[in-house]
Design a protein around this ligand. Sequence first.
Ligand code: IMP
Ligand code: MG
Length: 180
Amino acid sequence: MRNDIEQILITEEQIRTKVRELADLLQEEYADKNPLFVGVLKGVVPFFADMIRAFNGPCEIDFMWISSYSGANSTGKMLVRQDVTRDIKGRHVVILEDIFDTGNSLEFTVSHLLAKKPASLKICTFLDKPERRRPGVTVKADYVGYTIPNAFVVGYGLDYNEKYRNLPFVGILKPEVYEK
Ligand code: IMP
Ligand code: MG
């Protein structure tokens, strides 16, 4: 699997350092708020597990699973495959995401959760690829781990055709892997 990686973009050590930094920031803001961390499946799983263990204080967790409609008419429309299981009304909610790319999924997730009237809603994303943002997306991330160039990356939860999610670092795939 590692042979398919052209370049490691973010090492395991850099991941650890960044998780600590982000968790410290969240702690400053949420220490006494019992935040509800909502993970967007599936790519967020490693980041989510790291973040909640680095967060020192009471918190609760939940998950959302969304996907885009597939088929000829796919125009970035999203659907909820699994909704949060808790009533989030009046709660301080923090969305945890693996990557902020076009922004379609975060835009959808934010409006879906805002409709449930949380006390507050913020976004913490491990990666941000601002060059890829769809014009018109107004959602902003409140906490960003690493801003990366416009390359397709895998590992630390991110996949190519469902593979490579278990790599402990973030890397760029060799072009021949796509061409196979
Ligand atoms: P969006 O384009 O911001 O809606 O991101 C949608 C989803 O696309 C992300 O949650 C990831 O699952 C996936 N994605 C975006 N960029 C990459 C990438 O570079 N590698 C792997 N998955 C990606
Ligand atoms: Mg994702």
